[in-house]
Design a binder for this molecule. Structure first.
Ligand code: NDP
Length: 449
């Protein structure tokens, strides 16, 4: 690598993608620096996947404690102490942040805890005024929660603040019908808050299989979560006592103690100097990159949420790895975006990979959907009237399993393993040929006829 620059690689943003790219490039022998204006670990570790999943675990105790009596346990009066869970979760986040920093240090990546902006195709300005040069620059600045522009919108919070609440609110209104909305609807509900989910459209989780998302809606309604559809927000008023009056079109105003905006995330590109150096941006401000993560300026690359391709941590990590292997490892690698498994950690969770039934109907000559609609054994004994639903979508021409979708306890854990079979292109006959592991929920996957 050339020595005419301060670094071979300068990464902006120390989230999942940026950290992976930095450490792999360094392992390939590159001199690397990474700038981070907030905390090492990025959205996933600091205010996303990790703390969210820990809250999901914490929330699920509410049901387990209720169900315990049917399994013979005498559980006394139970109280939930939010500050205990909150502080333990924040402590765990801090521990993980330390591990991420350690990874960078062990690979001799220079961490620069400052905001960095571009001043040229090979030049970066740091917040303290220092200029740094690099042969290659990688933008991995992630995305931020969108807050709609409407009167009083600032009275709501986003997923950035939700992990730090001082106390549990009694009434929560959640705006949106996607991942974050449904995950936090479950979390708040289990913590005994009254939850109303308000969505601009008429469906939740639009990209998931219709039957699966309908099942989540039915179960959520049964639990007592309220839904308002076709209800765009108009304005939010904050009263002196801190409560909110939320005006949505076509509905009576909603009263709430907390409003959570969960209406999507937009790329963090504002003020980075990208346009000035000629980096082309797409709608939403996303960096436009090619299959090798290269932007319109050859020395500048982008990976992860800032490119607004697939906003998922494992995808950003793959992109970071592919970038580093291609540019610094002499191993040209492209990310395969087919068959990306995904999950919603709702109560109960949803998981899916491959084509939904709707997509199969549109894209395949002929398909068959196999469905297993069952009450998990544990729910039966607990007297919990929550049914699971598994679906296998098969291309009838090839017999290949092209989609797998499920809702039910541990669905994401089960789907991750099953996604290997879908990615490998296994046929329905090969699923059928596999012996069941009894008694499990996942045995349904090999028993559907
Ligand atoms: P999503 O894209 O999942 O959902 C956004 C929701 O907000 C949709 O219901 C959408 O409606 C609605 N919406 C969009 N724009 C507006 C608007 N201007 N006014 C009112 N409603 C609007 O976004 P999230 O914020 O929930 O999550 C962001 C991303 O983060 C996800 O897409 C996902 O990639 C990632 N994520 C992944 C998780 C996981 O893997 N488990 C967990 C959390 C986040 P409509 O359907 O009509 O477009």
């Amino acid at each position: 690598m050339t020595k005419t620059y301060d670094y071979d690689l300068f990464v902006i943003g120390a989230g999942s993608g940026g950290v992976r790219a930095s450490r792999v490039a360094a392992a390939h022998g590159a001199r690397v620096a990474i700038a981070e204006e907030y905390r090492v670990g990025g959205t996933c570790v600091i205010r996303g996947c990790v703390p969210k999943k820990l809250l999901v675990y914490g929330a699920h105790f509410a049901e387990d404690l209720q169900d315990a009596a049917r399994f013979g346990w005498k559980v006394g009066k139970c109280d939930f102490d939010w500050p205990v869970l909150r502080d333990n979760v924040l402590g765990e986040v801090e521990r993980l942040e330390g591990i991420y920093q350690d990874i960078l240090d062990r690979h001799e990546v220079d961490t620069i805890p400052q905001r960095a902006t571009l001043t040229g195709p090979h030049e970066i300005a740091l917040a303290d005024g220092t200029k740094v040069t690099a042969a290659t620059i990688l933008i991995a600045t992630g995305a931020h929660p969108v807050v709609p522009k409407l009167p009083g919108a600032e009275h709501g919070i986003t997923s950035n603040e939700v992990f730090h609440l001082e106390r549990m609110p009694k009434r929560v209104v959640i705006a949106g019908g996607g991942y974050i909305a449904n995950e936090f609807a479950g979390i708040f509900h289990e913590f005994s808050c009254h939850v109303t989910l308000v969505n601009r459209g008429e469906v939740i989780l639009r990209h998931y299989d219709e039957q699966i998302r309908d099942r989540l809606l039915t179960i959520s309604l049964m639990k007592g979560i309220e839904f308002k559809f076709n209800a765009p927000f108009e304005k939010i008023e904050k009263r002196k006592d801190g409560t909110l009056k939320i005006h949505v079109s076509g509905q009576d105003p909603l009263e709430a103690d907390l409003l959570l905006w969960a209406v999507g995330r937009a790329p963090n590109t504002a003020g980075l100097g990208l346009e000035k150096v000629g980096v082309e941006l797409g709608k939403n401000g996303a960096i436009l990159v090619d299959e090798d993560n290269q932007s319109s300026v050859p020395s500048i690359y982008g990976i992860g949420d800032v490119t607004d391709r697939v906003q998922l941590t494992p995808v950003a990590i793959r992109e970071g790895q592919a970038f580093a292997d291609t540019v610094f490892g002499g191993k040209p690698t492209r990310v395969d975006y087919a068959h990306i498994p995904s999950a919603v950690f709702s109560h109960p969770p949803i998981a899916g990979v491959g084509m939904t039934e709707g997509e199969a109907r549109d894209k395949l000559g002929s398909y068959k959907a196999y469905v297993s609609d069952f009450r998990p054994m544990k729910n039966v004994l607990a007297g919990r009237n929550e049914r699971a639903l598994y679906k296998i979508i098969v291309d009838q021409e090839t017999d290949r399993v092209v989609g797998l979708h499920m809702i039910g306890p541990d669905a994401p854990e089960i789907l991750q393993a099953a996604a290997i079979a879908v990615k490998a292109g296994l046929t329905k006959a090969q699923f059928d040929d596999t012996l069941a592991l009894h008694p499990t929920m996942s045995e349904e996957l090999v028993l559907m006829r």
